[in-house]
Design a protein around this ligand. Sequence first.
Ligand SMILES: Cc1cc2nc3c(=O)[nH]c(=O)nc-3n(C[C@H](O)[C@H](O)[C@H](O)COP(=O)(O)OP(=O)(O)OC[C@H]3O[C@@H](n4cnc5c(N)ncnc54)[C@H](O)[C@@H]3O)c2cc1C
Length: 570
Amino acid sequence: MHNILDTKRINEALRDHAAGKTDRRSFISRAMAAGAAFAMADALWLAGGKAWAQSTRETTAPKAADYIVIGAGSAGATLAGELAKRTDASVLVLEGGLSDNSPLITDPARWPEALASPFTKHYNTTPQAHAQDRVVPYPRGEGLGGCSSVNCMIYCRGAEADYNDWAYDGATGWEWDKVLPDYKELEDWEGGASELRGAGGPLHVTRPDPAKGHEGAVAFMEGATSLGYPETKDFNGGQLEGPAWVNMTVHAGNRQNTAVAFLRPAIEQGAKLQVLTEAPVMRLIVENGRCTGVQYLHNGQPVTVKASKEVILSAGALITPKLLTISGIGEAAHLKSLGIAPLVDLPGVGQNLQDHVLGAGVNFESKHPVPPTNYNHSEVYFWWKSDPSLTVPDINALYVSVPFATTELNLQQTNGYAILCGVMRPKSRGAVTVTSSDPRVAPLIDPNYLAAEQDMVALKAATELAREIGNSAAYNDIRKAELLPGAMAESPESYRDFLQKSVSTYFHPVGTAKMGTDAMSVVDPALKVYGVEGLRVADASVMPSITTGNTNAPSIMIGYRAAKMIAGDI
Ligand SMILES: Cc1cc2nc3c(=O)[nH]c(=O)nc-3n(C[C@H](O)[C@H](O)[C@H](O)COP(=O)(O)OP(=O)(O)OC[C@H]3O[C@@H](n4cnc5c(N)ncnc54)[C@H](O)[C@@H]3O)c2cc1C
């Protein structure tokens, strides 16, 4: 007797699969309960995961689209999904990496593993002159969702002042009261709508339940509040300063990357959106002052695809300036030195690189094995001021349920935990420098950490904040011994040595194609590249200055606003 297929239930399971709401095991059991044999259920799982995006290995190359979006990361996937939903135009997304169909991405606790997987591309900084010439590893997400697929899922808009500073510096129209409506519109905050928060938008944002919080996170909150630092109930709710349970891009136990939140729903709604993976873009095609398309590798072969309306560059703060440069858009003398004919002399391309400094803070050995996290290893954060006279907090501390230190600090202990710390309004500025016209060659990445002495002052204050909380009575049942900085904090010289060795990336490069109106600006406030028609940049590169919070939320907001601008909705 043949099973009768319950196609309605199978379609429901397929829809959940396309929305990233189910794992393989439960999908297969649902499909089998609906009458499918195992082989068929498995084939449906594979096809369901691929139906909405295609690898260039398994489809033919498109000839043209109205809009081409380069990179499906935090900004690019948001922009492409929104633009396709808001217009009748055809939108083609070219993503260099793979699809995002993996539990390493969906499971919030497994992001450290995702960093050691094909969903991450590994770069290094140049030797950091103010941090003992250390080379700092510099991972970036590669594939659908970009860094939003491998990041730690903290969702933080930053401070109001960040956006008002952008506008003051020339990014007119990006003031806090102009971006707030978009932040509210794009989110589905579990706390519900309010003057500052939105509900019903595409991106689910949740917070950990303190009752299920990690013991170390609970101790962090108790320690900080017992020391007199008042708790902040919601760091996106108007008050950034103070210890807080985080906001996360997690929903029903699954990561909400931008492919899940923005791309797949647009395809499910029937938008004219084609998403190609394993489609690395090699260069932009600029003819008579207009960007008319791109050259990319389709199944390893160079092909050209035309854009009848616009090309939008969303390849992230490292690769966006590289693609501009090798396409002839950058400082003319630098282009000539690489043998590239200058099309537009834009000296700001690749300059103004900014990144938060992540310090190793304080690492402890634990009295007992550290339990696993129910969330993302990082459930609590604490923004504070290194100097009370500041108007905006400039440092932070965060509990992580794993030991964390740079290789140079040679931390051997595996049964431990850390309170990391950050310099959140760094003064140092670096650069991304292209050294070859060959698109396969990685650029030089120089965040120039600690070049400004003020950043060292802030790093020390942040480390002390982490130590103060970590050594508080709230951790007495957990803490066995302070391992780092430990004895290295005993003299000013060894403490400075520790701080320089403790520096790593917060994974937040921004600013390398900044928005503004001065000579170093690369895009105008409508994100249009100066001197070229039909070309915009929409990603973390356009931030004139780094936000005080983590940079995923602002990157998503940039993609969202870009879609609205192009669609004529702003
Ligand atoms: C390990 C890690 C942890 C982080 N944790 C957090 C966090 O918890 N919270 C937070 O707010 N921020 C976090 N961030 C930072 C945040 O995720 C980024 O700032 C943000 O994702 C940047 O968005 P973007 O759109 O500019 O670039 P990306 O998201 O990097 O997107 C760029 C996309 O372009 C693609 N691409 C690149 N070159 C090409 C090419 N030539 N052709 C086609 N496609 C190309 C890439 O594969 C990628 O998909 C973290 C980042 C990392 C790496």
